[in-house]
Ligand binder design. Structure first.
Ligand code: DGL
Length: 267
């Protein structure tokens, strides 16, 4: 395969702003990479959607985005989309696709008690994909699962500079610790890309808990897959694309600019 043009972007995809937690880690490794970040605000939240809806929606949207932006690589920065539709997307696109799946493997590597927590969306935590991650990487351990859709909204609100009731974080952690064995929980996998954006708030509730996510691993994987490729001398302005209206993301402008996403467009 010939080497991509320097301006060919990395395309990030999530239902909303969650993928910024992945983009941040990738930009640290590849600061000159041109970035297109697509947020499916017309479809947010994914966590309450059916498997069939996600499996139809995500490959169709990514098909349009790939046609428009000709990325060198697609990063699906959304656990819900990946645990349901990663295979469909890979089958539909002819560019490399990197996925984000719940960080059960890194959690299993650091737990001392053998009791791991998983916070994710309702759709993610019920997936057979998660059962497979558990049996492949955490066999013999206990995985406590809790759906915390309110953390998706908390992350969205926080990045818009809005007030978030701190009780949300207390409730999310209680959703894990109320399980039998919950008192021995020592590591929580943040299985939704929105959640690392509120890790400070979760840590304030559970200061001794270790929180892990997949962003660093994804950044390493993308750096590996693009190794030897040419990037622009100066990083171009990043592009943020929403499936919703541009006006609805106006209040995110600062948070986006923080990740060099300057141009805001509607798909
Ligand atoms: N950020 C997404 C994830 O990683 C999902 C949020 C949502 O749309 O419910 O699962």
């Amino acid at each position: 395969m010939s080497s991509p043009l320097p301006e060919a972007p990395l395309l990030f995809f999530d239902s909303g702003i969650g993928g910024l937690s992945v983009l941040r880690a990738v930009r640290e490794k590849l600061p000159h990479a041109p970035i297109v970040y697509a947020a499916d605000y017309a479809g947010l939240p994914y966590g309450t959607k059916s498997e069939a809806e996600i499996a139809a929606r995500v490959p169709a949207l990514l098909g349009r985005l790939v046609e428009r932006y000709r990325p060198r690589l697609v990063a699906i920065a959304c656990n819900t989309a990946c645990t349901i539709a990663l295979g469909h997307v890979r089958a539909a696109l002819d560019v490399p696709v990197v996925g984000t799946v719940p960080a059960i493997k890194p959690a299993a590597e650091v737990t001392r008690s053998g009791i791991i927590g998983l916070l994710g969306t309702a759709a993610t935590i019920r997936q057979p994909y998660v059962d497979r991650l558990q049996s492949d990487y955490a066999a013999g351990m206990t995985l406590l699962r809790h759906a915390a859709p309110e953390l998706v909204y908390a992350a969205e609100a926080k990045l818009r500079g809005e007030f978030v009731n701190p009780q949300i974080y207390v409730d999310a952690m209680r959703g894990l610790t109320h399980h039998p064995d919950g008192d021995r929980l020592d590591v929580v996998a943040l299985g939704c890309t929105h959640f690392p954006l509120v890790v400070d708030e979760l840590t304030a509730v559970s200061p001794k808990m270790r929180f892990v996510d997949g962003a660093a691993g994804i950044a390493r994987r993308i750096a590996h897959l693009t190794h030897g490729q040419v990037w622009p001398d100066e990083p171009p302005e990043g592009i943020f694309v929403t499936t919703g209206s541009v006006g609805d993301v106006e209040s995110l402008r600062l948070a986006l600019a923080d990740q060099c996403l300057i141009q805001i467009k509607s798909l």
